[in-house]
Ligand binder design. Sequence first.
Ligand SMILES: *Cc1c(COP(=O)(O)O)cnc(C)c1O
Length: 465
Amino acid sequence: MKYISTRGQAPKLSFEDAVLTGLASDGGLYVPETLPQFSAEEIASWAGLSYQELAFNVMSPFMAREMPDDDLRELINNSYSTFRHDAIAPLVQTAHNEFVLELFQGPTLAFKDFALQFLGNLLDYILKKRDQRVVIMGATSGDTGSAAIEGCRHSDNVDIFILHPHNRVSEVQRRQMTTVLEENVFNIAIEGNFDDCQNMVKSSFGDQSFLPEDRQLVAVNSINWARIMAQIVYYFYAGLAVGAPHRPVAFSVPTGNFGDIFAGYLAKRMGLPIDQLVVATNANDILHRCISDNDHSLHNLVHSLSPSMDIMVSSNFERILFDLYDRDGNAINELMSNFKKTGKLALSDGALAKARELFSSYRVDDETLIQVIADVWKNNDYLLDPHTAIGVEAARKTRRRQDIPMVCMATAHPAKFPEAVRKAGYPQDPTLPHHMADLFEREERYSVQPNDLKVVHQFIADNIR
Ligand SMILES: *Cc1c(COP(=O)(O)O)cnc(C)c1O
């Protein structure tokens, strides 16, 4: 299968090249040229498959002819062997016809492990085959960094440099990154904020001359196609568990960069009967404003109790725009360059109508999410993390049909966000799973660097193996 850019100018790439390339040379994002289609009969025949078997069926058409079946099976098995629960993505019922899909059973307790455990193994596989080494550079406000490090710590052909804002990530989040002591892992605490880190990474991708000649940067944020692809699987897994394809299913997704929910949209296009997709946002509500008021404009960043969704612009939104505009790369190019100039983007009437048909949206503030955590704790004896609470509330407020099962994506384990959980009246800090019980005693290693791109480039150049 070939991959094309959302801005229509960059060359088509193979699956493997799309994974290594990240951002396209025309500034767009890579998407598959066509989507695999599964009939209802085929989907029905997958009922009862393990998560790993299902993952093979859903993902293999995207890599057609590039990876032998047995290699892909092995890669999938290795990627999900690090999860703490045999079901990989267990489903828990929280109300009549309402479920929570626990996507936090991976090594770093957030759903990002689904994609990044797989991406780490995939990179290792591609790079070994090509006898190539790469440098991963990423910025994190919390969950991405630890999941990426955990995915790549055993990759011989990868050196990974993760920038986080010094003293501005939670202690659990910092320690999840800095206690990984492998030689290819480098944590850099930047004396600045998350945007400073992100800007450094962006400029570095634009000019990679600070790297030795035989190295290139690889992206681990959700602009990397492999991440989206791996996330399509759990929509099918949950859908089958609640009765699809014999009956439709709905999903509510706590959304930041639009990666997770975009995977849900793809699952629908591939044949899963999804009746409703809910975009759940926190106070950083550019997506909710876009869908409800056609107001996709930059607002200042708000620091919320759901920090993994604190974003001003959703990078994957461009991928859905591409489809809303009938895959017209020129239209997307124009929209995005206008947005860059003015900080505003208005959808055409046709695109807006399609977006509203595909997605419901809802915004949840901190006060409400605290109440939701408290209510679900009281009524169900079940502890939600703050991001998941936003999804649950949005589902309850926007739900169209009570007779269709609603699956809320539980994107993080509550122990990762003790502040919100305490505010909801929970009597203690939620307990970390036992593989992390000694997190606060482990040795840490990281380097504090000034908010200065030259200095950071020098640090990277000095430490590449
Ligand atoms: C990253 C993250 C999100 C947002 O996911 P997107 O794919 O960026 O929309 C939501 N919740 C948690 C806990 C996360 O780590």
